[in-house]
Design a protein around this ligand. Sequence first.
Ligand code: B1M
Length: 213
Amino acid sequence: MSQQLEEMKNAVLEGDEVLASRLAHYALQNHLDMKQVMDEGFLRGIQEAGVLYEQGEYYLPDLVCSADAMKCALEILDAEIKKPTSGVASKGKVVLASVQGDVHDIGKIIVGAMLTASGYEVTDLGPDVPNDLVIERAVEIHADLIGLSALLTTTMEEQRNIVNRLKEWGIREKYKLIVGGAPVTHQWASGIGADGYSDDAVGAVALVDGLIE
Ligand code: B1M
């Protein structure tokens, strides 16, 4: 198993979409542990690509290739990650988005998959979603909770703008709102008036469980 995990990491690191897809299928066919496949395999690849980018060894096109390979694997594993742990009815409706100006969506996709697996109805609006569209969709589907992901220090500000926009529209209290993404902290979350923050997908599920009775 450790050899396959290493290959998964390398497939993403090298931006090899064909190999990443093949290994994702292999994981499904052989009923490999999904948490291990993600945490010790594919995710390590995108994390190491990030480190190489920071060190100036990878350029943006390299990062794009790694991200594309990661997304290929995620698409194949999606149904398995989303498999509900129990047959319970919907625990609530969640609208997820990567904020306006932010194309990073790998972390958000994982958070969405984990929430779906835990029994929530998740509407994932994708990356780079205009602020008002997030709110309009939450209103439309009668969401219980809005989840906002931001990976850039510059786009974090949109999380605050959405909280303020909800207040302007007089509907802030209708929705629980959580924020996440690598630069986001507890301090930031409470400072902008969010209801919570999590630094990973498992924590996000626990957080949402706590907020939605
Ligand atoms: Co970009 N990027 N990127 N990037 N990228 C970062 C974020 C960066 C830290 C890299 C670096 O310089 N070291 C840096 C940001 C610096 C900063 O703002 N301080 C950066 C930059 C600068 C940029 C560009 C500006 C580069 C450029 O154009 N010159 C550009 C921005 C474009 C834009 O958004 N407008 C850019 C572009 C890209 C790619 C397109 C190439 C690609 C994204 C592809 C995609 O997502 N579809 C990409 C990638 C892959 C990264 C890194 C390497 C990896 C991000 C990732 O997917 N991590 C990243 C470096 C890094 O983070 N170390 C980097 C894996 C993922 C599972 O983790 O997203 O953190 P993460 O999600 C976690 C938690 O944060 C949490 O749970 C998830 C699962 O555990 N979480 C939540 C996330 N959302 C949550 C929401 C919640 C709760 C928890 O509730 C709602």
